[in-house]
Write a protein that binds this ligand. Sequence first.
Ligand code: PRP
Length: 181
Amino acid sequence: MTKRPYVIDEMISAKAIAARIEELCHEIHAEFRGTDKLVVVGLLRGSFVFIADLVRELDLPVEVDFLEASSYGDAMESSREVRILKDLRGQIEGRDVLVVEDIVDTGHTLKHVVGLLKARKPGRLRTIALLDKPSRRETDVKADWIGFSIPDEFVVGYGIDYAQRNRNLPFIGKVRFEDES
Ligand code: PRP
């Protein structure tokens, strides 16, 4: 893929993300209080920063596991075919599970993963996404908790990449291509 020159404008600051995570964790506590050991499942790679901040804010016994699903590769458009590149290490039958996504765009990834995990007969299965782009949805999926609902902008940072770059930005930024007005 040819890289077009671009700049990144801050859209959601690190401080705003931290404040929102704190709010979300109050609701997650209310839902899962008393759970023996919650399995928090991060969808790689995009969720690695969000899940790290989220679990450190959760005052609950948690087990952390990861699943890698990919529908984009290095492309900007979803292939709509979700591939599981890495499965969970642990069993989830009868366990309460929280699936952590960085962004729900078309919704194909989250829908596929929820279907896959539900077939393993977990206890409660809930989902959380830091970002939601409802205008892009092609499926009937919606995360139980959403950090921020955003318009159809191309975003990077806080785990989210553009051609595998910019995941390490501490904020969510909007990509502006310099060859666009
Ligand atoms: C991105 C993102 C979400 C998914 C959302 O993952 O991290 O998991 O796409 O898109 P959707 O709602 O249209 O399915 P990607 O496949 O780019 O992999 P990555 O997390 O490794 O960057």
